[in-house]
Design a protein around this ligand. Sequence first.
Ligand code: MN
Length: 229
Amino acid sequence: MVQYLFPPEPVKAVPVIGEAALYPVRRIFCVGRNYVDHAREMGLEVDREAPFYFTKSPYSAELTGGVFPYPPGTTNFHYEMELVVAMGADVFRATRDQAAAAVYGYGCGLDMTRRDLQLAERSKQRPWDTGKDVEHSAILAPLTKAADFGAIADQAITLDQNGTRKQQARLSDMVWKVDEIIAHLSGLYHLGRGDLIFTGTPAGVGPVVAGDVICGQIQGLAPVTLTIA
Ligand code: MN
């Protein structure tokens, strides 16, 4: 029997609509600049050669409906509303068809970002970790199984801040499609069950302040909400 010096942190897990069992999170990958208008508002263009990624620690994952503090080290903490893909099978060097078949389900997610730190890191050609891998920064709604969601098409993706619409786009606006992302990422990692992929945010990102209520929605999925303490 394995003994630990102290109790290990419990595995982060996400509810699945229609399932009693939870989906345990193994890794969190995130796609950068996957909507043309958001890349532009960040002063950059989408990289058409290949998608690029950053990661968040699974420890950063939290469930929808939570109240979390404004994080330390920033004065420009931003929301980013995203479609989250949950992997359901092992894939390595997958074709687009194999990639599509390996999706377990989809959910709404918020990629909360210390924008000031991310931009400083970007300008100094340093890693984005302190900007992106922030405690309580990967907010997850319950997952919907892929078969129940159906095909990714022109479903609306929106974000409201205190009831005011700030982000509005369609999933069809994504530059790199979900199967392309998985196919590409599976050339870099052995993807599998428990891996989540945040697929990028549309234009309209912005700062939050204490007391804000953020609500992100994608047509056909459970919404994600976050309150800043
Ligand atoms: Mn993002």
